[in-house]
Design a binder for this molecule. Structure first.
Ligand code: MN
Length: 196
């Protein structure tokens, strides 16, 4: 199978002022698009046996190197666009609200752990809300790595590579993470992943 750059699930300017159209032009149109292009070049010679993206990520991880980096980044970015919503952010809604209270103690604890995870990722990477055997947890991953290959189920993700926030927030990663939680999180997507 080959990779395809997905359309953004919202208008390019729909997340302003929290995430600018300029950021999305570069992040989706250049960075993500480059992972798709390079990934397809490498997949053409790799002959992997996979019929869906999740399996392709797991098969690519067995090989590692540039192949995994590009396939993993395609998966992570596709998941990230769906983790964002123009009407998002703020208190959790739906079934995940009670699950967050149960597994983190409170919504404020969840927010603190999420920001700490994103800040604790030294250099480029990702901070995730995952279900690990039915329990919600915060995990971070470096570069293109994903908790999918550790047997965990991704629920939400925020990209903490500098290219995700530098045009809008410069070096202020904590402000970007706070804005993601307050203004952008797509709780409908999180609920769909929780019940999947
Ligand atoms: Mn990115």
């Amino acid at each position: 199978m080959s990779l395809q750059l997905p359309e953004l699930p919202f208008a390019k300017d729909a997340l302003e002022p929290h995430m600018s159209a300029n950021t999305l032009d570069f992040h989706h149109g250049k960075h993500h698009n480059a992972y798709v292009g390079k990934g397809n070049e490498l997949l053409a010679d790799a002959n992997l046996d996979a019929t869906n993206l999740e399996d392709l990520v797991k098969e690519s991880a067995k090989i590692g190197g540039a192949l995994f980096n590009n396939v993993g980044q395609h998966y992570n970015h596709s998941f990230f666009w769906n983790s964002l919503s123009p009407n998002g952010g703020g208190a959790a809604t739906g079934d995940i609200a009670a699950k967050i209270d149960a597994d983190f103690g409170s919504f404020d604890n969840f927010k603190s752990e999420f920001v700490a995870g994103g800040m604790g990722q030294f250099g480029s990477g990702w901070v995730w809300l995952v279900s690990d055997g039915g329990t919600l947890k915060i995990v971070k991953s470096a570069n293109a790595e994903t908790p999918l290959t550790d047997g965990m189920k991704p629920i939400l993700v925020c990209d903490v590579w500098e290219h995700a926030y530098y045009l809008d927030f410069q070096n202020r990663r904590p402000d970007f993470l706070a804005s993601f939680l307050d203004n952008l999180v797509n709780w409908d997507f999180a609920n769909a992943n929780l019940s999947d």
